[in-house]
Design a protein around this ligand. Structure first.
Ligand code: SRM
Ligand code: SF4
Length: 588
């Protein structure tokens, strides 16, 4: 650890008696719907965020009322594997305690929004009763472990699930505080006994994320993970994993010391070694990460500071052995499989498309009720995908007709969604996210419709393009790994990023700043026109804009920051919307 002044959150963690703080007192304080200030940091480790409904903010302020305090709860679901009974339990919580919707996240977890303080305990107890939990869904610890949905070959799925499960279990904080506060278990007499063997007194400098990808699918965006595992399958068996480190996407507009970074492969390990490697990487980050500046605290910055070779040496010193050289791999697919998939044994799977992961009942498309009815039939598993959809998995032949009729009854059977729509992601954004600068989830469907019109004009409707929208630069819908990304800058204005690799192996580049929707569409139109005319056979849009020099190929986090800096400098000399955005970048 360095000797700079520690960030205030470090003090809150170290005073918290292993994440207890005064959460119990905050919960019983009936004067306010909020938690005490320090507790708002600590509850994150328990899987909760204090929020307020931003649509109501101004009105409440005018009425001199405190903000409409409410909470978001995130339930971890390792690799997104969920049973029908668990789905039913989550559905019930959404309707009884939350805002009547379920939100599937980009990390294969559940989120509930709009829960008031007095309902928190009942909600968390119900999640635990369903054998899921919320501990470490947020906070400076390892988060929900991601895993490829329905990896191929099918024979390796149990091994992949086992690795995800053991990473998740072993890296869950050991504190008993969670069970004391939320599940009314006896308090431990001496909280010093609660010391965590991996996380110590003050946990990690910042959040930490792990994902397991199985080529050819990069559905989990392995290069966005602090620690990624790329499965290597040999002779139909799981031989092991290439290990990647230092992925991470969050940044701040105009702060060029912050940047997204794609992870680097540092070697290969066997399935039995995967957990040991995770502990070595996490403890290296625990001891070397920057605890003074939370904007510089993720593993990606530790690696940029130490250098990749030195970080790898540190990990190997902790392991006491060396990783073998990384083995060849190839990703060809991103996003989720669409519609029905058949397995040779007559088992099938169906991907239910959910725009932005929101499970709700709308006229003609009753996703909440429909998925409840399918769960009640108890004929399949529910796999939450990294792309905000749910796969009804392992449907036996004899149950398929029943599932088909329920899908049709609830308007969920459609398989003709355009490729761009089915790949598109948006973060939650307004009205719940306190950090949103512009609309995201509520804007996605409208914006995709505009892109579909543009694509249709140029004969590109069937061409898949990854499109992602976030309400701010934190990167929750992994925008910097999309071929086209809109990142909120101000209400109705977005910065635009272009040119990630379709398979998620290369970051995109900053291309234009603070554009309105008409400006974005005007700027994209000529690119779509030339792409339609001049693309090489099956060349993805992201590769095309790089090959033709619209944006540079971004090969590192600092290179991304340099491009952003150049764009900002060029824009400073031009008013917003003055000429096509591409010209702005070319001039730099
Ligand atoms: Fe995120 C913060 C939602 C995936 C990077 N994220 C937030 C908060 C909690 C806002 C806050 O701190 O007050 C958002 C809550 C909004 C709401 O109202 O629900 C939020 N993040 C989400 C979810 C729900 C987006 C979604 O639409 O699905 C995802 C929940 C994942 C999960 O189940 O654990 C979510 N967040 C991500 C991802 C993508 C991923 O992990 O695959 C990223 C980028 C990858 C990364 O971490 O580098 C991401 N979220 C952030 C950051 C920036 C972190 C950084 O290193 O700078 C923040 C802000 C922060 O931590 O200070 C953030
Ligand atoms: Fe909120 Fe920003 Fe994350 Fe969107 S990207 S959910 S606006 S923090």
């Amino acid at each position: 650890m360095n000797d700079k002044t520690l960030s205030p959150v470090e003090g809150i963690k170290s005073r918290s008696r292993h994440l207890r703080g005064t959460i119990l007192e905050s919960l019983t304080d009936e004067i306010t719907g909020a938690m005490r200030e320090d507790d708002t940091q600590l509850i994150k480790f328990h899987g909760l965020y204090q929020q307020d409904d931003r649509d109501l903010r101004a009105e409440r302020r005018q009425q001199r009322l405190e903000p409409a305090w409410q909470f978001m709860i995130r339930a971890r679901v390792p690799a997104g594997r969920c049973t029908a009974a668990q789905w039913l339990a989550m559905d019930a919580i959404a309707r009884e305690h939350a805002n009547g919707t379920l939100r599937l996240t980009t990390r294969q977890a559940f989120q509930f929004h709009g829960i008031v303080k007095r309902d928190l305990k009942a909600s968390i107890a119900a999640i635990n009763a369903a054998l899921l939990d919320t501990l470490a869904a947020c906070g400076d610890v390892n988060r929900n472990v991601m895993g490829t949905t329905l990896a191929n070959p099918a024979a390796i799925r149990p091994a992949i699930d086992a690795v995800c499960g053991s990473l998740s279990d072993h890296l869950t904080p050991r504190t008993r505080a969670y069970r004391e506060i939320w599940l009314d278990e006896e308090p431990v007499v001496n909280t010093a006994e609660d010391l965590d063997p991996i996380y110590g007194e003050t946990y990690l400098p910042r959040k930490f994320k792990i994902g397991v990808a199985v080529p050819p699918d990069n559905d989990i965006d392995v290069f966005s993970q602090d620690l990624g595992y790329i499965a290597i399958v040999e002779d139909g068996r799981l031989a092991g994993f290439n290990v990647t480190v230092g992925g991470g996407l969050g940044m701040s507009h105009g702060e060029f010391s912050t940047f997204p970074r794609a992870g680097d492969a540092i070697g290969f390990c066997t399935p039995e070694q995967a957990l040991e490697v995770a502990v070595a990487v996490i403890t290296a980050q625990r001891d070397h990460g920057d605890r003074s500046n939370r904007k510089h605290a993720r593993l990606k910055y530790t690696i940029e500071t130490l250098g990749l070779a030195a970080f790898k040496a540190e990990v190997e010193a902790r392991l006491g052995w060396q990783l073998s050289p990384a083995r060849p791999w190839q990703f060809t697919h991103n996003g989720d499989r669409r519609g029905w998939q058949e397995e040779p044994e007559g088992v099938s799977h169906f991907t239910v498309f959910l725009a932005s992961g929101r499970v709700q009942d709308r006229p003609g498309r009753t996703a909440l009720a429909g998925l409840r009815a399918i769960a009640e039939a108890d004929v399949c598993e529910f796999h939450l995908t990294p792309n905000q959809n749910v796969v009804l998995a392992n449907i036996p032949r004899e149950a398929r007709a029943k599932v088909e009729s329920l899908l049709a009854l609830h308007g969920l059977a459609e398989t003709s969604i355009s490729p761009v729509r089915s790949l598109a992601l948006a973060c939650v954004g307004l009205p719940t996210c306190g950090l949103a600068m512009a609309e995201s989830e509520r804007y996605l469907e409208d914006f995709v419709s505009q892109i579909e019109v543009l694509q249709a004009r140029h004969g590109l409707v069937e061409t898949p393009v990854t499109l992602r929208i976030t309400g701010c630069p934190n990167g929750c819908a992994r925008p910097y790994l999309a071929e086209i990304a809109l990142v909120g800058k101000a209400p109705g204005r977005y910065s635009v990023y272009l040119g990630a690799a379709f398979d998620g192996s290369r970051l995109n580049a900053p291309w234009a700043e603070s554009l309105s929707e008409p400006e974005i569409l005007d700027a994209l139109e000529p690119l779509f026109a030339t792409y339609a005319r001049e693309r090489l056979c099956a060349e993805p849009f992201g590769d095309f804009v790089v090959r033709t020099g619209v944006v540079p190929a971004i090969t590192s986090g600092p290179a991304f920051a340099d491009t952003a800096r150049a764009l900002a400098a060029a824009r400073a000399t031009r008013p917003i919307g003055d000429g096509p955005a591409a010209v702005i970048l070319e001039e730099t």
